[in-house]
Ligand binder design. Structure first.
Ligand SMILES: [Zn+2]
Ligand SMILES: [Zn+2]
Length: 310
């Protein structure tokens, strides 16, 4: 065995993780779980029982390291789950926010783990026309819009601008690039040792639905899982072609052109009931042939695991 690496930087961190993993006798395991899959606004009632009505929130867990995509109302039930699994413990997690539309931030004030004085949540998001992400978030969560401000939670919330188009968060390598939508919006590509996940929650398709932004391709290329906006049917898009979203067919086009292994149709329109989404699921169901791209309609509670126990 050669000399141990210097105890600093990413190399040391990777070495520590490798050693911990070896001691546990298993390879790294990444879990991706959907807590909110609805777009635009939360929905409730009999039409939303199976796919769910909470807005955008997807949680990555890489051997206990938590990374959250968006802080929609799905963040609240994630908090309930997390507290049940970690009673009394303080949360330490990071979150990547695509943009500050309500459906992507409204769960934050109701995130139970923040009611712990040692809890830490680092949140990254895009700058909006010269205004910092922190300032936008602070103005959105403050009286009189909400009873308390970001600094009044018992836990420590750090809201920060995305530092660069590429940066690291623990064991996650993050790429953040602008995505066409309404207002400053980014998509994310997150890589771990076992899998790559791309997250394009809100994506304005071009009028002809026939070209794809280069940055989007870069984010999605070869991903093991792509989570993508699928707000409209083609007929709906005709009347809402500048509302910031795309069609189910366009999500499939992005996935095929990017050569991803699996596609989660995401950010469902509030008009799309369980019955409607069942029809979508039927229409995209593949043959299950080896090598074929898997396509599924995301629902609350759905999860995918990457990496093998040995
Ligand atoms: Zn949205
Ligand atoms: Zn939006």
């Amino acid at each position: 065995m050669g000399p141990l690496p210097a105890a600093d930087g990413a190399y040391w961190y990777t070495y520590q993780r490798w050693w911990q993993t070896l001691q546990r006798g298993q390879s790294e395991l990444l879990t991706v779980k959907f807590y909110g899959v609805r777009g635009s606004c939360p929905c409730s009632g009999a039409d939303y029982v199976r796919y769910g009505g909470n807005t955008a929130c997807v949680v990555l867990d890489n051997d206990g390291e938590i990374l959250i995509f968006d802080l929609g109302t799905g963040l609240r039930p994630f908090g309930v789950d997390w507290i049940a699994a970690n009673p009394g413990k303080p949360l330490a997690a990071s979150a990547l926010v695509t943009h500050t539309h309500w459906d992507h931030i409204q769960g934050l004030p109701f995130f139970g783990p923040l009611d712990h004085e040692e809890a830490v949540l680092d949140i990254f998001g895009p700058t909006e026309e010269g205004v910092s992400f922190r300032d936008v978030l602070t103005s959105s969560i403050s009286p009189p819009l909400f009873p308390i401000g970001l600094g009044d939670f018992r836990g420590n919330i750090q809201a920060m601008d995305i530092p660069d188009s590429r940066f690291s968060l623990g064991s996650y390598s993050v790429t953040a690039l602008p995505v066409p939508h309404v207002g400053a919006t980014v998509g994310y590509r997150v890589e771990t040792e076992v899998a790559t996940v791309a997250y394009i929650s809100d994506h304005q398709a071009p009028p002809g639905l026939d070209t794809i932004d280069e940055a989007v391709i870069e984010l999605c290329q070869g991903a093991d899982l792509l989570i993508h906006d699928s707000q409209y049917f083609s007929a709906e898009f005709e009347g809402k072609s500048d509302w910031g979203h795309c069609t189910i067919e366009y999500a499939l086009l992005v996935a095929e052109k990017s050569d991803v292994s699996s596609l989660a149709l995401f950010h469902h329109d509030p008009l799309h009931s369980d019955g409607v989404l069942d029809l979508v699921a039927e229409s995209v169901a593949g043959s299950g042939e080896p090598g074929e791209m898997e396509v599924f309609v995301a629902f609350e509670g759905a999860q995918r695991k990457f990496g093998n126990q040995v």
